[in-house]
Design a protein around this ligand. Structure first.
Ligand SMILES: Nc1ncnc2c1ncn2[C@@H]1O[C@H](COP(=O)(O)OP(=O)(O)OP(=O)(O)O)[C@@H](O)[C@H]1O
Ligand SMILES: [Mg+2]
Length: 257
């Protein structure tokens, strides 16, 4: 299994962009890292509104590993997308480290995504024409980091996820589990505080799935806060908490037995 060798670089602190406004300076230090309040997301389909999220309340402390479960269509991906700043809500609020991300303009939201969030998808979403090393380094192209530094950091991270010997392989030359490890290395390249994973083991065989879950568990141990959508009960093993969604709401929130 891909043991993490060495230490992750220290976490970057939350970007304080000048356009950000701290919603409540007093409460910010005391409140959880992620605070979701009455969050709604509606889609207009013809004359009907489909409520993908119908009022979600959720707090996640820094350092938690939260597994999110629920039937298909219950709003899990929507919740992750909104938390990750990939989409906008219809109503409600999301505070991350005391900042209202709903109030960010497009540039500040892009900065938030880049600096604070590492996204891992079920289908890996790697760029087929790029090598593992280039895929991992890719997000740094927009961060004003020199090419040699980008490559160095990508290599470190690929080593970290156990792919030191596969850096020059393209996605089609890697197994599913290896591709997902490349995707995880890419998600870590900007040292995000928060990792959002949407069914990261959904396309993997059970052995690779276990490895990926263990890797996410280790990243959590190293200080990353993780929110992972999973259909797989094994996925909850590494989690410090499991939430259940149904019809766009959190209907259960439990600590492991
Ligand atoms: N672009 C869209 N337009 C209309 N409805 C949408 C859109 N995206 C999502 N929905 C609806 O919102 C609801 C929640 O979708 P979401 O993708 O968050 O579910 P999920 O819990 O991730 O499901 P799955 O386990 O199948 O991935 C679903 O009923 C879906 O049909
Ligand atoms: Mg989904």
């Amino acid at each position: 299994m891909p043991k993490i060798v060495g230490k992750l670089p220290s976490e970057s602190t939350m970007v304080v962009n000048s356009t950000l406004t701290q919603s409540n300076g007093e409460a910010a230090s005391a409140e959880a890292l992620i605070v979701v309040s009455s969050l709604k997301k509606g889609y207009q389909v013809g004359r009907q509104t489909v409520w993908a999220l119908a009022g979600v309340d959720l707090s996640i402390e820094a350092g938690e590993f939260v597994a999110a479960m629920g039937p298909s269509g219950s709003g899990k991906s929507t919740l992750l997308y909104l938390l990750g700043g990939l989409d906008r809500s219809t109503a409600g609020s999301i505070r991350v480290a005391g900042f209202e991300i709903e109030q960010l303009d497009e540039n500040a939201l892009a900065e938030y995504r880049r600096q604070t969030i590492g996204f891992i998808f079920q289908s890996f979403n790697l760029i087929p024409s790029l090598t593992a090393e280039q895929n991992v380094a890719y997000p740094l192209r927009f961060a004003g980091v020199s090419r040699s530094q980008r490559t160095q950091r990508a290599r470190e991270l690929l080593g970290l996820v156990g792919l030191g010997d596969r850096m020059q392989h393209r996605p089609t030359e890697l197994s599913g589990g290896q591709q997902q490890r490349v995707a995880i290395a890419r998600a870590l390249i900007n040292k995000p505080r928060i990792i959002l994973a949407d069914e990261p083991t959904g396309n993997l065989d059970s052995h690779s799935g276990r490895e990926i879950l263990a890797l996410l568990g280790e990243l959590n141990q190293q200080g990353h806060t993780v929110l992972m959508v999973t259909h797989d009960l094994r996925g909850t093993k590494h989690a410090s908490r499991t939430i259940h969604l149904l019809d766009g709401r959190v209907v259960a929130d439990e600590l492991p037995e």
